[in-house]
Design a protein around this ligand. Structure first.
Ligand code: 5GP
Length: 204
């Protein structure tokens, strides 16, 4: 039997650059699927259903939770976000690595349910810089920006719960470090199958 897929969880404040790092890193990383989340928040300009998120109304979201169809879910700044369970479990069982992008509450739920998950925190160089980026994005009201910053402060305080920390100061460096984390995890001997070892031992 082949190995199970490795589950990677990427967490970090809204605006810290998780999407940008992922989009820059993933094309050079094979066998990695990104999980599309469901959310009740409004679609932003340019966002596409089924690509950036599945946009659910509150009722559909609650029904999915009640049916056990969410691997994790959390409330974030007035909206719900959650990971559809089936695609993740199916991918991991097939040996496909999976990447989730979650806020802290959801990340903790995943770690509890799947203790082997590799937890990666993306930190801003500072909260001052994070605020500048959130404002520069121009997608949120002042009230939402303040709420997102408050959440960011709480998330940063939990950084020691994570296995790895990547500081997104210089983007190219952050992308490189994130890719290195994935490579290092994949190189762990625990993921070798008996078939892999038999192949190393082949003498003819
Ligand atoms: P945004 O509204 O900026 O797209 O996302 C807000 C926050 O929700 C970000 O920290 C993002 O990583 C997180 N998030 C996105 N999808 C999920 C999900 O499926 N579950 C959880 N718990 N958080 C999510």
């Amino acid at each position: 039997m082949g190995r199970q897929g490795i589950l990677f969880v990427m967490t970090g404040a809204s605006g810290v650059g998780k999407d940008t790092i992922r989009q820059a890193a993933l094309p050079d990383i094979d066998n990695m699927l990104y999980s599309i989340s469901a959310t009740t928040r409004e679609k932003r300009v340019g966002e596409v259903e089924g690509k950036h998120y599945y946009f659910y109304d509150k009722e559909k979201f609650t029904t999915a939770i009640d049916a056990g169809n969410m691997l994790e879910h959390a409330e974030y700044v007035g909206d719900y976000y959650g990971t559809p369970r089936q695609p993740v479990e199916k991918a991991l069982a097939a040996g496909q690595d999976m990447l989730l992008e979650l806020e802290l509450v959801g990340a903790r739920q995943v770690k509890e349910a799947m203790p082997d998950a590799v937890m990666v925190f993306i930190a801003p160089p500072s909260l001052v810089e994070l605020e500048r980026r959130l404002r520069g994005r121009g997608t949120d009201s002042e009230e939402k920006i303040q709420k997102r910053l408050a959440r960011a402060r709480e998330e940063i305080k939990a950084v020691r719960e994570f296995d790895y920390v990547v500081v997104n100061d210089i983007l190219a460096k952050a992308v490189d470090e994130f890719a290195s984390v994935i490579k290092a995890e994949r190189a762990q001997s625990q993921y070798l199958t008996d078939k892999d070892i038999a192949a190393f031992l082949r003498e003819f």
